[in-house]
Design a protein around this ligand. Sequence first.
Ligand code: 5GP
Length: 216
Amino acid sequence: MSVRKDIKRSMSQDNDLVVVKKKAKQSPTKKAEIAASASKKTFFSYAEIHSTIISLAAKVKKFNPDVMVAIGGGGFIPARILRTVVKIPILAVSLELYDEATSTMKSQVKKVQWFDETSGVGRLVRGKRVLVVDEVDDTRTTLQYCCEELMRTNRPAAIAVAVVHNKLKEKKGTLPESVEYMAGADVPNRWNCYPWDAESYGHSIYVHEHLAAAKN
Ligand code: 5GP
């Protein structure tokens, strides 16, 4: 199937767009609610993510990291893009926001996966310069946890944080004073839809890219 046909077919299957269309005969209040929920999302294309994170190249080079710690899964692709300008290895960690009491408030961080300091690349952290990479700084809880955990467990010489997007909102987390902070772009406090998650929003990557282009 051609890309154009795929976009057309998938657009007709797109959850938000279809929902808005289907509910058109319902009450204006319901329609407004649905439209509002669809409009609370911002779609970002692969090209936008690439160019936004690459805009940090000079700052990242100046920081001169020995290794990147990418927070999975959102930090993986931005870290890989940055690796083209700073040719250093990438370590993966996985952190989940959770709340034991309600499992909805998401105020605590669970360490799902950390790296092995005794392995080859793991040795590049203790006493070295570490760049932590993630896709979005929302409440800052995850970034705070990651930096503090690195300091407590692995004692690097210096830490900087690079994120693609910083949401303009009041933050719950605070970064240690010594941590340098870099954000590719400040964005409104909405739900950011990233291209690697396209299928989880119910569309193909072609529809995702179309929606991302349509916002500009
Ligand atoms: P925090 O609230 O700790 O800053 O963000 C925790 C994590 O939630 C982020 O690393 C990211 O994976 C996820 N997150 C927060 N806001 C968004 C968003 O708008 N879009 C997506 N895709 N993930 C988000």
